[in-house]
Ligand binder design. Structure first.
Ligand SMILES: Cc1cc2nc3c(=O)[nH]c(=O)nc-3n(C[C@H](O)[C@H](O)[C@H](O)COP(=O)(O)OP(=O)(O)OC[C@H]3O[C@@H](n4cnc5c(N)ncnc54)[C@H](O)[C@@H]3O)c2cc1C
Length: 453
């Protein structure tokens, strides 16, 4: 029996955003069905390589306060057992030498790191608030958090400007500026907000004890227990808002009182028969998962800086492959993951592609591990074409990027493109990532509840 006032809601996309929001809506008593084109999880899924299982997509769990807020809304205790990632954000290989983040006490850069962290500290709770609350000037907590963030950022709009004003030694400056790429853009286009990230996350970057796949299992379980139906292998091809109807692949139609799309806003617009929003795409990536015969003698996380930090700003405009790109390397026992940042041009590349070979040679050279990749028993590659197949144009991991000044409290809020259609997911919450999609689910859940659906 349905709760009075309960609606039938169709959620498009069974990635982390769709699953997280579906559980919240079902807990309010709505009848929720998730339509997923492939298998649930989206960018996060389990990938067998030789005798190992890799969790694809997100590797760093940040802003745990957002996860706690999500659990609190659902009234659940935390099953994830989040463990600090050994080595934090890892060793950053800058042109001026390696920089571990967080910089440990006793390191020559420590006094500068400590000054940078002190300056950013007041923003910590403010950002968690801003990630989880609808951006409304009528909400005193939103206004207080925005003001606190504003005081930390001062007059600086871009990550580059914020860091330059701190006058940090070049090695530390370069390591910190790289994190602007968490926004999917370079430090000149990326908001000053992203220059704060290492200070705010380096000490509590985590991963579930059982691996990132545990987050997917947990969201699926929360949904199942609240009555969410997940229909895998069911792409939605059209939304007819007048008839409250979605057309599925193959032509069948389903009716719901409301729809929530967690797909890229461009894809949602296409399903609605509207023109696609235009703008700059965030970066894409190429992920290589390698099963090694023996564990590699590497720190858990290494970061190779791009040769030219601003190249990815340019690469978004011209479909060029940057010479030396930002690269994240995770080593965990026999599992080696190499994530190359790539422009969102939907390119289908594998290990034989000359650009990929050049980047991997650079990784092996920088880490002093010649022949590391060639020693792998098996490898699997996910390219920008694979991310594009998940429904993000060009494979842009975080969809379109707003201008730097709109990345924080003033971000665009296309939460409700039609009275019957809501939007969530990484394309609506720029900066993407787990905190943004979980926080976005909380925001949309709040707004839907307030609108007395
Ligand atoms: C290599 C890589 C590394 C990353 N690292 C991190 C990290 O360290 N930390 C972090 O927090 N984040 C990270 N991220 C980002 C994070 O993975 C994403 O922001 C998050 O998983 C996005 O979730 P989503 O549900 O919004 O989108 P998606 O995961 O893309 O889910 C969208 C779903 O919609 C489905 N779909 C598409 N079209 C249709 C349709 N027409 N009908 C029905 N279903 C459809 C797709 O199949 C997909 O399952 C990383 C991403 C990548 C790719």
């Amino acid at each position: 029996m349905r709760t009075p006032g309960a609606r039938s809601i169709g959620v498009l996309g069974g990635g982390l955003a769709g699953l997280a929001l579906a559980a919240l809506l079902a807990r309010r008593g709505h009848a929720v069905t998730v339509y997923e084109a492939g298998t649930p999880g989206g960018k996060l899924r389990r990938l067998p390589v030789a005798d190992l299982i890799f969790d694809t997509g997100p590797s760093l769990f940040t802003f745990p306060g957002v996860w706690r807020a999500y659990l609190e809304r659902l009234g659940r205790s935390d099953p994830l057992d989040l463990r600090p990632l050994p080595g934090g954000l890892g060793v950053h290989h800058t042109p001026h030498g390696p920089v571990p983040l967080p910089v440990p006490p006793g390191h020559p850069l420590y006094p500068h790191w400590a000054r940078y962290v002190r300056a950013a500290a007041p923003a910590r709770d403010a950002i968690t608030d801003l990630l989880t609350r609808p951006p409304r000037l009528t909400d005193p907590q939103f206004v207080t958090a925005s003001a606190r963030l504003g005081r930390v950022l001062g007059p600086h709009v871009s990550a580059h400007a914020y860091l330059r004003a701190l006058r940090l030694p070049p090695a530390l400056h370069a390591a910190l500026a790289t994190h602007a790429l968490n926004a999917g853009v370079g430090p000149r286009s990326g908001s000053a907000l992203y220059a704060l990230l290492p200070a705010l996350i380096a000490h509590d970057v985590a991963r579930p004890a059982a691996g990132m796949g545990a987050l997917l299992d947990t969201l699926l379980r929360f949904g199942a227990e609240a009555g969410v139906q997940v229909r895998s292998g069911t792409p939605v091809e059209r939304l007819d808002v007048r008839r409250a109807e979605a057309t599925l692949h193959g032509g069948a139609t389903v009716r719901h009182d409301l729809f929530v799309s967690t797909l890229d806003p461009g894809v949602t617009a296409r399903l609605l028969g509207r023109p696609e929003p235009r703008g700059q795409r965030s970066v894409s990536g190429l992920a290589i998962y390698a099963a090694l015969p023996v564990p590699a003698p590497l720190p858990p996380t290494s970061v190779l800086l791009p040769d030219d930090l601003d190249a990815l700003d340019d690469a978004r405009r011209i479909p060029a492959l940057p010479a030396g790109t930002m690269t994240l390397v995770h080593a965990d026992g026999r599992q080696l993951s190499v994530l190359l940042t790539a422009p969102a041009t939907g390119l289908d590349m594998d290990l034989t592609h000359p650009w990929v070979q050049g980047q991997l040679a650079r990784v092996e050279r920088t880490l002093g591990q010649p022949g590391l990749l060639a020693s792998a028993q098996a490898t699997a590659v996910l390219s920008p074409a694979d991310y594009a197949r998940l429904g993000t144009p060009g494979g842009a991991i975080y969809g379109l990027t707003p201008p730097a000044w709109r990345a924080g409290p003033f971000h665009p809020t296309p939460y409700r493109p039609h009275a019957r259609v809501w939007q969530a997911g990484s394309g609506v919450h720029p900066g993407g990532g787990i905190p943004a999609v979980l926080g976005g689910a909380l925001i949309v859940d709040t707004l839907m509840a307030r609108s007395r659906l």
